[in-house]
Every structure is written in structure tokens, then in C-alpha cells.
Design a protein around this ligand. Structure first.
Ligand SMILES: NC(=O)c1ccc[n+]([C@@H]2O[C@H](COP(=O)([O-])OP(=O)(O)OC[C@H]3O[C@@H](n4cnc5c(N)ncnc54)[C@H](OP(=O)(O)O)[C@@H]3O)[C@@H](O)[C@H]2O)c1
Length: 523
């Protein structure tokens, strides 16, 4: 059974959406499952003025809302919640100010004293990325990043930790601190590089946990099991695969994230990370082992082989879109330009469709079609592997045009599972063929719940396992590709936005892009 050592987690941006919807429910569930130690501390850091009690109440309500439970007196849930609540603190302050960080120094040291050891300090950057740099700077300058080995910490706690200090920088150890950074990791290649440089000044690589929660999704991780534990891997290549489609389709809009999304767009917000994470698992070579180094190396290797787009490529293989007003589930929906904190003549994209190639022997000339959009007609994330049709002499007459017979569809969400489409003989005296589906569904095959990706992220970071975290090289490779698309777009005439209706399947140009190749999007 996994058991984590005592720790403190400082969450920068603790009153935000991510903390309420993901982090707190994950911490509650992990406590409920008995994975967390008896002693752990959570310190929320954010701008608004809350007392510790108000913050605790806010977090309790968040847990109740997300986990759909009511924490009642004398219930087991209350016992679990109390275990968290009693260790929940709040530090009000602006990230730009020094004093709130200074206030953290004695608070964090008091936890070391209380537990009698140098407990691991986690700094979780759960804020919009524009704040990362100033937070890192202040962590460095206040030496909070140094952890228990800092000159501010009690020497007795340091001594009682019983671990050998790594002995870097003035002899202070950095052994007991880790930083977790949310995606998007910068806004372009330059920003990502600057952020890496800044991180490297303060932390060693083994302390840095770059989060892309898609890497930690059960169904995405299952791609490795499906491919490499099965014989299907023998046909997972250009000889047998015609093309691959990766889709992340959302019916939701941007919610209250207008300000953030305006400077971002779909390409940087999800293609650079989530779609690339799915692509990496789909296309990577088999790692030597499940160790962090081997799996991360293989993910990076394939991302590095994605062919950057030329200006001409972008013109024909990179479609962008923005939603206008429309109807979803019978409800009228505003266009993107009417959303809160969005410019009325915004040219930000809320939809992207790309065709890209991977330059290696496994995937040469196999197109990968990537698609994502907001305010589309459906919510699903899926990877469809289209196999080449078999040139069967026996059944030649039954091949219907270019229709792909064999498709493996990996459903990341919802209805998590895998479908295999193939030709079958229709019942009857003659050989009539129809395509049918063979289905694996997590909910029927396993009696266990799928682990939430944020629970996995938290546990893995606590266990110092970096396997499911992104690397600087991986992000650099994907940013290079993304930058080539952006450069191409910048040279094109400006798009006429909006170009798709809320509740539709996206702009017609995206259909035209794939149909030019004699293929169709899979829904
Ligand atoms: N939300 C999700 O589901 C989700 C999923 C995956 C990744 N992410 C990533 O997670 C990060 C956080 O997203 P979010 O949706 O939680 O953001 P959010 O709702 O906008 O929350 C921002 C948080 O940062 C605080 N903050 C902002 N500026 C500050 C300042 N100058 N000083 C002190 N505090 C400041 C806010 O405090 P106040 O409330 O006090 O203003 C709030 O706690 C982003 O990088 C996002 O891309 C989010």
C-alpha cells in the first residue's frame, strides 16, 4: 500500500477553479483511501482576504459540490474532512509582494518542528502562467525553495530529518522541496525557455514536476498497456495504419477564463500539451522499462520528430476557428466575442484542426489529424486509429469505396474504453459484409473506479515519481512545432471570425482539410 511521508503543500492560487474542482477533492479522496499520512499541511495562498475559517469553509463546500456529498456531523466523511481541515491554512497576499512569502517562513518551519522532521515542501503553482515567474523569484529570494535546510529553519528539525543533505549551494540542502507547475508552460517557445532557466536557478530537475494531467489519465496510460502488452503492436506502424485522428471536443465555452483565454487560444491551451500528450503515447517507441527516464525519453523522442510546418503547410494543414452564437442542447449560446473579458473583435482561435507528420521509420507518410474546439456539439476525447483496408481477393467486391473497415477507437472520456471496428458477415445465405464494433468498456470490465488524474499526479509527486510529468525537452519540442504553426498563421490574411456556430462540429474548412485527402472526421 502506498504511504506518503508527512508533507506541506503550499498552493499558489488556492481560491481558483483548479484548487476547488480538482486539488481539494483529490486530497479528500486520497485521505479517504488512507493514502495520505496522519500529518500533512495545506497552505492556500491567494489574493482575496479570507480568514483561515472562511477558507476552510470554502474548501469544504468545494469538496461537497464536486464529490456530490454532504459532510454531516458524526459521519465518516466529517472525520476525513476534519483530518484535512485541521491542517488547512490560508496566506492572503499578492504574488508580487514579498511579505506574504516572509510570513510563510515561520509557518512552514513550525510544521517541521511539530513533526520533528524536515517534511517535504511542495509548492504547487495553480495560477495562470503569467504569475509563475514572480512566484519562482520570490521563492528563490526568500529561500523558501531551499526547504528545511534553509537558514530560517530550525537546525534541530534539520538534524532530526536523518537524511543526508545534497550539500549544494552554501551547504544547504534542497532535498525536501518540490515544485509543481500547471500547464500551459509558458505562452511560446521563448517564454518556456525563460521559465526553464528560472526554474533551473532555483530547483534541480528532480524537484520539478511539470503537470499535464492528460499524461496521468488512466485511459491515456492504458495506451501503453494496450499497445505494448498486446500483439497489436506488431501492426502499429505505417505498413498497416492509414492515419490517426486525435480529438478533444468540448461543448463548454471559456466560462470565466476570458482574460486568460484571450492571450492563449486553443492551440496553446490544449494542442501544445494535452493533444501532444495523447500523440506521444500513441506514437512513441516501446520504452526499455517503466522507469521515469525510459518512458520520458521515448515520449520526447517522438515529439522531437514531429515535422514543423512550412508556410504552405500551414495554409493547407492548419485550420483555426472561432465560435459564433448558436444553440447547444436547446439553449441559446453567445458567440466567443460576446463572452466576458473577450474583445468584441477578438481574433483568438477557439478551434484548431491540424494535419501533421512524424518523421521516423514507424510513421513516415502517416498523417496525424488533430482537432480540438470549444462550444462544439459533443463532449468527447478520443484517439481513432484507422487501419489500411486489406486487399482481399476473396472479399474485394465487398469493399465499399474508401470506407475504413478496421478502426481502433480509444475513448479517453467519456465512456472510457476501446472499440474495434471490423467487417463481419451479416446473417444470411450469402456473404454480405457489414462493419460491426467490438467493445471494451472500463465500467463493465472492472469493478474498480478509474483513478482521477489529479489524485495520480499528487500521489506520484509525493512519491517522487516523475514518470507522468512532462520534461523540458518534450515541451521544447512541442513548442517548436506550435511556433511553426503560429508563424504560418501570422503571415496569412486574417481569418473571418466567427466561422463556426456554437453547437456545430466546427468550421467547414476543417472538414475540407481532411476530405481533400479522401478521409472523414470520426465522431
Ligand atoms: N481550472 C481547471 O480545471 C484547470 C485544469 C487544468 C489546468 N489548469 C491550470 O491551472 C492553473 C490555474 O487555473 P485556475 O482555473 O484555477 O485559475 P483561476 O480560477 O483564475 O484562479 C487563479 C488563482 O490565482 C490567484 N491569483 C491570481 N493573481 C494573483 C495575484 N497577483 N496574487 C495572488 N493571487 C493571485 C487567484 O486569487 P483570487 O481568487 O484571490 O483572485 C486565484 O486563487 C492555470 O495555469 C490553468 O491553465 C486549470
Amino acid at each position: 500500500m502506498i504511504k506518503v511521508s508527512p508533507f506541506v503543500m503550499v498552493i499558489f492560487g488556492a481560491t481558483g477553479d483548479l484548487t476547488s474542482r480538482k486539488l481539494m477533492p483529490a486530497l479528500f479522496h486520497l485521505t479517504q483511501q488512507g493514502y495520505l499520512p496522519d500529518r500533512f499541511f495545506i497552505v492556500g495562498f491567494a489574493r482575496r482576504n479570507f480568514t483561515k475559517e472562511q477558507f476552510r469553509q470554502m474548501m469544504k463546500e468545494a469538496v461537497e459540490k464536486v464529490l456530490r456529498l454532504k459532510i454531516k456531523d458524526s459521519s465518516q466523511d466529517l472525520k476525513i474532512w476534519k483530518q484535512i481541515e485541521n491542517n488547512l491554512y490560508y496566506q492572503q497576499g499578492y504574488f508580487e509582494e514579498k511579505s506574504p512569502y516572509d510570513n510563510l517562513i515561520p509557518l512552514l518551519s513550525s510544521f517541521d518542528k511539530e513533526t520533528g522532521s524536515c517534511i517535504t515542501r511542495f509548492f504547487y503553482l495553480a495560477t495562470p502562467p503569467s504569475n509563475y515567474s514572480i512566484i519562482l523569484k520570490n521563492l528563490e529570494e526568500t529561500e523558501l525553495a531551499e526547504g528545511c535546510g534553509s537558514p530560517f529553519a530550525s537546525t534541530s528539525a534539520k538534524a532530526s530529518a536523518g537524511e543526508k543533505a545534497s550539500g549544494d549551494k552554501q551547504g544547504f540542502t534542497r532535498k525536501w522541496t518540490r515544485v509543481l507547475i500547471e500547464k500551459p508552460f509558458g505562452k511560446d517557445l521563448n517564454e518556456a525557455k525563460n521559465l526553464e532557466e528560472q526554474l533551473a536557478k532555483t530547483f534541480e530537475e528532480r524537484q520539478i514536476y511539470r503537470i499535464d494531467h492528460y499524461l496521468a489519465k488512466e485511459t491515456v496510460r492504458n495506451i501503453l498497456a494496450f499497445r505494448f502488452a498486446n500483439t497489436v503492436e506488431a501492426i502499429w506502424n505505417r505498413d498497416f495504419i492509414d492515419h490517426v485522428q486525435i480529438t478533444l471536443s468540448e461543448s463548454s465555452g471559456i466560462g470565466n477564463r476570458g482574460k486568460f483565454y484571450e492571450g492563449m487560444g486553443a492551440l496553446k491551451d490544449v494542442v501544445q500539451n494535452h493533444l501532444m500528450a495523447m500523440l506521444a503515447y500513441t506514437a512513441m517507441e516501446e520504452p526499455l522499462s517503466m522507469t521515469a527516464q525510459h518512458t520520458r525519453d521515448k515520449r520526447v523522442e517522438v515529439l522531437d520528430k514531429i515535422r514543423c510546418m512550412t508556410e504552405e503547410d500551414v495554409l493547407s494543414n492548419a485550420v483555426r476557428g472561432q465560435y459564433g452564437a448558436g444553440i447547444i442542447n436547446g439553449k441559446s449560446i453567445d458567440g466567443y466575442r460576446q463572452e466576458k473579458n473577450v474583445s468584441p473583435d477578438s481574433l483568438n482561435e477557439t478551434f484548431v484542426a491540424l494535419k501533421l507528420y512524424i518523421d521516423n521509420s514507424r510513421w513516415q507518410d502517416v498523417p496525424f489529424y488533430l482537432r480540438t474546439g470549444k462550444r462544439l456539439n459533443q463532449d468527447f476525447t478520443k484517439i481513432d486509429i484507422f487501419f489500411k483496408n486489406r486487399d482481399s481477393r476473396l472479399f474485394k467486391q465487398f469493399q465499399i469505396g474508401n470506407q475504413a473497415a478496421n478502426i481502433i477507437s480509444i475513448r479517453i472520456q467519456p465512456k472510457e474504453g476501446i472499440t474495434f471496428r471490423f467487417f463481419a458477415k451479416s446473417p444470411g445465405f450469402t456473404y454480405d459484409l457489414s462493419t460491426v464494433n467490438m467493445d471494451f468498456s472500463y465500467s463493465t470490465a472492472f469493478k474498480k473506479e478509474i483513478i482521477d488524474s489529479y489524485e495520480k499526479i499528487l500521489i506520484d509527486s509525493m512519491m517522487a515519481d516523475q514518470t507522468l510529468f512532462a520534461t523540458a525537452k518534450g515541451f521544447s519540442a512541442t513548442w517548436e512545432f506550435i511556433t511553426s504553426v503560429i508563424s504560418g498563421w501570422e503571415k496569412q490574411t486574417l481569418p473571418v471570425f466567427p466561422n463556426y456556430k456554437a453547437g456545430s462540429t466546427g468550421p467547414v474548412e476543417a472538414d475540407a482539410m481532411i476530405e481533400r485527402d479522401g478521409r472523414k472526421w470520426m465522431f
